[in-house]
Design a protein. Structure first.
Length: 699
C-alpha cells in the first residue's frame, strides 16, 4: 500500500490480522501496545502497529511516535505500537511495515465465503497436531454443509508454523549440506592419504618406540592425538575463513531467501564446527594409526626398511583416490546441470526486445480511484484511474530521451492474470470446464514499445475506448490451442474471472471481438508461452469481489529510451508525484534487471554448486598428486632398475601416468553411477535439462 502524510509518500507492505494475533504469537511491541477489541468496532481498525524499520526510517526512532498519524489507502491511521526489530510471520511478508486489525464478523472485505486469510493457532498444552486436525475436520464439515448452496469441497490442513514458514527452504538447504559433506569427505580423504604416507615414513621411529616398550594402545593414542590436533587447527582456520564465506553466501542469496540477515556464527555453530573437526580427525586418523601401531620390527629396523613393500598400503592409497574422484564427479555433474539450466534460461526467446526498457510499478489507491458497489461487496473503478494514466503517459512521453511510453498490467517474468472465456457461436461448456487464458490490460502502443510483432489483424488504437465496441488481441499460442483450423479475427469472446479470494466467478459485462494476433511473449521464463489475451486499459469495467485490488488499478509503466534507462528513474518518480502527491512509483528498474531477478534462484544454485564443485576438483587434484608423488618416491629404486635394464624416460612417464589415469577412470565410473541417482534430488531446480543429461555428464 501507499503510505502518505508525515513526509513523502512511499510504498510499504501492510498485513491484515485479527486483533489478538500478536498475543497468540507471544510477541509484544517494544513501544506501545497490542490491538484491543475496541480498536475494531467494525470493518477495520484506524489504529495500526508499525515495524521497527518504519519507525526508524520515517519517524527517526522518535519515542513519542505513539499517537502520530499517516494515511494509507485514503484512510487516516494512528500509531499505537512499534514491533520488535526483525519481526515477521511469513518469509513472503518479511518486509511488512504496517499491521491493521479486521473485524471478521462485520467487515465487508471479509464476506462469509472468503478464503483468502490464513489461520494461526496455539495448541493447548499436551494437545497434538493430529487431535487439532480431527477437531478442525469436524468444524470444516459443519461449515461445508452450512454453505452447500454457494461453495463446497473446502477442507482444513493443520501444520506446524515452523514447517509452513521454512519447509520449502529445507530441501534446498539439505542439498547444500550434502554438497558441503562431499567436499568435507574429499578433504578428509586427502588427510587420510597424507597420514598413511606419514605413518609409512615414520615406520622406523614407531618401531624404535615399540622396541623400547611402548604398547600398541600408547602408539595409537599418540597418532590420534596428532591427527586430532591437526583437525582442530584446521577447524579453527575454517571458522576464520567462514566469516568471509558467510558474507559471500549472503551476497549470493536472492532477496526471497529466508533469514539471511540472521546467518552468523554463534556458540552452537562454533561447537558443531569444532566437534565435526575433532570427529573427522579421529575417524580418518584411525586407520593410519591402527596400521602404523603394528610395525614389523625386524623389517622396519633394517637399513632399507623404509622402502615400501607394496601390497595393501598402495591399495589403501588407491582406494582413497578413487573415492575422491567419485565424490568430486558427483558435485561436478550437479554444478554442470545448474550451469546448463541457467544458460538455457538466458537463451530463451523472450518474444520482445528488452534493451533500453525502463519499467516501474504503480498501484492507484484510495476512494478517488475506486469505490464500493453497494450490496455486491465489490470494488469498481472510477473514471479518475483512466485520467491519471492518460496524464502519466503524456508527461512520460515528453521526457528527454524517451522514444515511447506505455502501460501494461503484468510485466513479462511476473506471470499474468488468468481469465475464463467462452467463444460466442460455439456450444457453451459447463462453468467449471470453461477454457482459460492469460489476461493483460495495455495501452495501445505497448506492442510497438516492447517490440512484440503483429502477425495478423491490427494493433489497438486510441479509438478503443469505454464507449467503443470492446476488443481484444490474442497471441500465437491461443490461436494454436483454441483456433487451430480457423481464422480467429472477428471471433467474439465473453470473459469471466474466478476470484480465489471469495471462490466466486464474475462475468464481464460486454463481449469482446478478436481484432489481432501478436507473437508469443514468455511471461514466465521457465515456462513455455501460454495462451494470452491483451485488452485496452480503457475498456475495464471489471468488477472484482473481495478485498484485493482491482487488477487494472495496478499498472506497470514501460519506457523505451534512447540511452541508459536508469537515467530517467528520478524523473519518472517526479512525474507521478506531480500528478498526485499521494501516489508513488516503485520497483523502478530496467527490463534486463527484472529478467535477471526472475532467474535469481537458478543463478544462486549455480554459483553455490560451482563453488563447491571447484573446491572438490582442486582437492581431488591435490589428492591424486599426493598419491602419485608418494608412489613415485617409494618406487625410485624400481625405476632405477628399469632404466638400467633399458627403459627410457618416456617409458617411466607412461608407467606413472597410466597409474594415475587408471585410478581416475575407476573413480569416474563410480562417480557417474552415483550421480545418476543423486542428481534426481535437484530435478526440481533444473530447466531444459534432465537429471541424466548426457552432454553434461560427458563434459
Amino acid at each position: 500500500v501507499t503510505l502518505s502524510g508525515a513526509g513523502e509518500a512511499e510504498r510499504v507492505r501492510q498485513e491484515v490480522v485479527s486483533w489478538d494475533l500478536f498475543s497468540v504469537l507471544g510477541v509484544d511491541p517494544v513501544l506501545g501496545r497490542h490491538f484491543l477489541p475496541e480498536d475494531v468496532p467494525s470493518d477495520e481498525s484506524s489504529a495500526v502497529l508499525i515495524s521497527h524499520g518504519l519507525w526508524e526510517r520515517r519517524f527517526g526512532a522518535d519515542p513519542n511516535v505513539l499517537g502520530q498519524t499517516f494515511t494509507v489507502v485514503g484512510k487516516v491511521r494512528t500509531v499505537i505500537g512499534v514491533m520488535p526489530p526483525g519481526f515477521w510471520i511469513y518469509p513472503w511478508a518479511k518486509n511488512a511495515d504496517v499491521w491493521i486489525a479486521y473485524n471478521l464478523s462485520s467487515n465487508k472485505l471479509v464476506p462469509p465465503d472468503s478464503i483468502w486469510l490464513s489461520v494461526i493457532g496455539r495448541l493447548k498444552r499436551g494437545a497434538t497436531i493430529e487431535q487439532a486436525q480431527a477437531e478442525l475436520d469436524t468444524i470444516a464439515r459443519r461449515l461445508d454443509l452450512a454453505s452447500a448452496e454457494t461453495d463446497t469441497g473446502w477442507s482444513v490442513r493443520v501444520e506446524p508454523l515452523h514447517e509452513r514458514v521454512l519447509g520449502r527452504y529445507g530441501e534446498r538447504l539439505y542439498i547444500l549440506l550434502g554438497a558441503v559433506g562431499f567436499v568435507l569427505l574429499i578433504a578428509c580423504t586427502n588427510v587420510a592419504n597424507l597420514l598413511l604416507a606419514r605413518a609409512n615414513a615414520r615406520q622406523k621411529e614407531i618401531a624404535v618406540r615399540a622396541s623400547l616398550g611402548a604398547g600398541r594402545l600408547r602408539l595409537i593414542r599418540q597418532l590420534l592425538t596428532e591427527s586430532a590436533a591437526l583437525a582442530l587447527l584446521g577447524g579453527a582456520v575454517g571458522v576464520l575463513l567462514s566469516l568471509w564465506g558467510i558474507e559471500l553466501f549472503v551476497a549470493l542469496a536472492p532477496q526471497w531467501f529466508v533469514r539471511t540477515d540472521e546467518i552468523g556464527i554463534d556458540a552452537t555453530v562454533l561447537g558443531f564446527t569444532l566437534g565435526i573437526s575433532l570427529l573427522t580427525g579421529i575417524l580418518f586418523g584411525l586407520a593410519p594409526a591402527l596400521r602404523a601401531s603394528k610395525p614389523d620390527l625386524n623389517e622396519s629396523l633394517k637399513e632399507g626398511g623404509r622402502r615400501s613393500r607394496g601390497g595393501s598400503r598402495h591399495r589403501s592409497h588407491s582406494l582413497l583416490v578413487v573415492s575422491e574422484v567419485a565424490l568430486a564427479l558427483v558435485l561436478l555433474v550437479g554444478a554442470g546441470l545448474m550451469i546448463n539450466s541457467f544458460l538455457r534460461l538466458q537463451r530463451v526467446h523472450l518474444g520482445f526486445d528488452p534493451d533500453n526498457l525502463l519499467t516501474a510499478e504503480i498501484l492507484l489507491e484510495g476512494p478517488k480511484y475506486w469505490d464500493w458497489v453497494e450490496g455486491a461487496d465489490m470494488k469498481r473503478v472510477t473514471p479518475q484511474g483512466a485520467i491519471f494514466y492518460e496524464r502519466l503517459l503524456e508527461r512520460a512521453r515528453s521526457l528527454p530521451g524517451v522514444k515511447s511510453a506505455d502501460i501494461i498490467s503484468r510485466l513479462p517474468g511476473r506471470g499474468m492474470w488468468r481469465v475464463q472465456f467462452a467463444t460466442i457461436g460455439r456450444p457453451a461448456p459447463a462453468p467449471d470446464e470453461l477454457p482459460r487464458a492469460g489476461y493483460n490490460e495495455i495501452s495501445p502502443g505497448l506492442f510497438r514499445t516492447m517490440g512484440i510483432p503483429l502477425l495478423k489483424g491490427r494493433y489497438l488504437t486510441e479509438r478503443d475506448m469505454e464507449a467503443s465496441p470492446w476488443v481484444v488481441i490474442i497471441n500465437e499460442s491461443m490461436v494454436r490451442q483454441f483456433f487451430p483450423d480457423e481464422d480467429p479475427i472477428g471471433k467474439i469472446l465473453h470473459m469471466s474471472i474466478y476470484h480465489g479470494g471469495t471462490a466466486r466467478t464474475v462475468q464481464e459485462e460486454k463481449p469482446r471481438e478478436i481484432v489481432g494476433v501478436v507473437g508469443d511473449v514468455r511471461h514466465r521464463l521457465q515456462s513455455d508461452p501460454a495462451p494470452a489475451m491483451y485488452a485496452p486499459y480503457r475498456q475495464h469495467l471489471w468488477q472484482t469481489p473481495g478485498p484485493r485490488y482491482v487488477m487494472h488499478l495496478g499498472k506497470n509503466l514501460v519506457i523505451r529510451t534512447a540511452s541508459k534507462p536508469m537515467g530517467l528513474a528520478t524523473a519518472v518518480g517526479r512525474v507521478v508525484s506531480e500528478i498526485d502527491k499521494d501516489q508513488v512509483v516503485y520497483d523502478v528498474m530496467t527490463m534486463e534487471e527484472r529478467l535477471s531477478e526472475s532467474v535469481a534462484p537458478w543463478r544462486f544454485s549455480m554459483r553455490l554448486y560451482s563453488i563447491f564443485a571447484g573446491l572438490a576438483v582442486i582437492l581431488a587434484a591435490v589428492g591424486i598428486f599426493g598419491v602419485i608423488s608418494y608412489s613415485v618416491s617409494q618406487r625410485t629404486h624400481e625405476f632405477g632398475i628399469r632404466m638400467a635394464l633399458g627403459a627410457d624416460r618416456s617409458d617411466i612417464l607412461k608407467l606413472v601416468v597410466r597409474q594415475g589415469l587408471v585410478l581416475v577412470l575407476i573413480g569416474v565410473a563410480i562417480g557417474v553411477a552415483a550421480a545418476l541417482g543423486l542428481t534426481r534430488l535437484i530435478a526440481s531446480e533444473l530447466y531444459g535439462v534432465t537429471p541424466t543429461d548426457p552432454v553434461t555428464f560427458m563434459a
